[in-house]
Design a protein around this ligand. Structure first.
Ligand SMILES: [Zn+2]
Ligand SMILES: [Zn+2]
Length: 247
């Protein structure tokens, strides 16, 4: 597979977008080549375009203290314009944390701790359980009940979570789809509104900045179970995909 055209057309906007993920929730128009030949109107227009409809509330990898990837992120074999977005959930039982911020007295019952643990398990699986040995957290983004987005692999990087049901007949699921994970489990029967709204914002983000799903007919947002490698993922988020909530 080759990219159909030179992707550089949106380079500036993409660079801005990446920077926004790296610095967390900093506004896109802040600190960007201030007064360096770029006229103010144009800058504001670009910023407005990027923040429509709403910029996700990013928590950068630095902020959640992510481990460095073991390999260089794969930006070459990723063509989301020919696929789109796959929604996941964490699996397990009750996976929605009451507390959001890191709390050293009870770290694993906070959203920050939960994301750190997910990365550890995906990169360093316990020998008894086995599992895949990813080079990094497997998702591009993880969205919590409080309406925040933890940056996983981020923009324009091939994820590892979408799987292929049959290695002999690869379906290019990781090569064609972003992986967004809602932090809820099978016992969480109704996703919070803040999570739904934030997943929508992230979906808009990858559509705006990386043309996810732009070249395919029909629905480009899918549940993991639709790719054939999971029975129940993404749990109670699944009905919202059918309703077109994240389109
Ligand atoms: Zn999944
Ligand atoms: Zn949270």
């Amino acid at each position: 597979m080759k990219r159909p055209e030179n992707p550089n057309w949106q380079l500036t906007a993409r660079e801005w977008a990446r920077r926004a993920e790296q610095v967390g929730q900093q506004p896109l128009h802040g600190g960007h080549e201030e007064g360096k030949g770029k006229d103010k109107d144009k800058r504001e227009a670009e910023a407005a375009e990027l923040s429509t409809p709403r910029t996700p509330r990013f928590i950068s990898r630095t902020e959640w203290k992510a481990e460095e990837p073991e390999e260089t992120p794969n930006t070459r074999e990723f063509w989301p314009e020919w696929g789109g977005i796959v929604i996941h959930y964490t699996g397990g039982g009750d996976e929605m944390m009451d507390k959001h911020d890191w709390d050293p007295r009870d770290p694993w019952h906070t959203c920050y701790g939960q994301v750190i643990l997910i990365q550890r398990k995906q990169m360093h699986p316990w020998p008894v359980i086995g599992g895949e040995d990813y080079s990094d957290i497997a998702y591009n983004y993880l969205v919590c009940r409080h309406g925040y987005t933890f940056v996983g692999r981020g923009l324009m990087v091939q994820p590892g979570a979408n799987g292929s049901p049959d290695p002999k007949h690869p379906k290019w699921n990781n090569e064609r789809y972003y992986a967004i994970c809602g932090l809820l489990g099978s016992e969480n029967k109704e996703p919070p509104q803040a999570m739904l709204d934030e997943i929508k914002a992230v979906a808009d983000w990858v559509r705006t900045n990386d043309q996810a799903g732009a070249r395919i007919e029909g629905r480009h947002v899918k549940g993991h179970r639709e790719l054939g490698s999971s029975d129940d993922c993404p749990g109670s988020l699944y009905p919202y995909i059918g309703k077109g909530y994240f389109d």
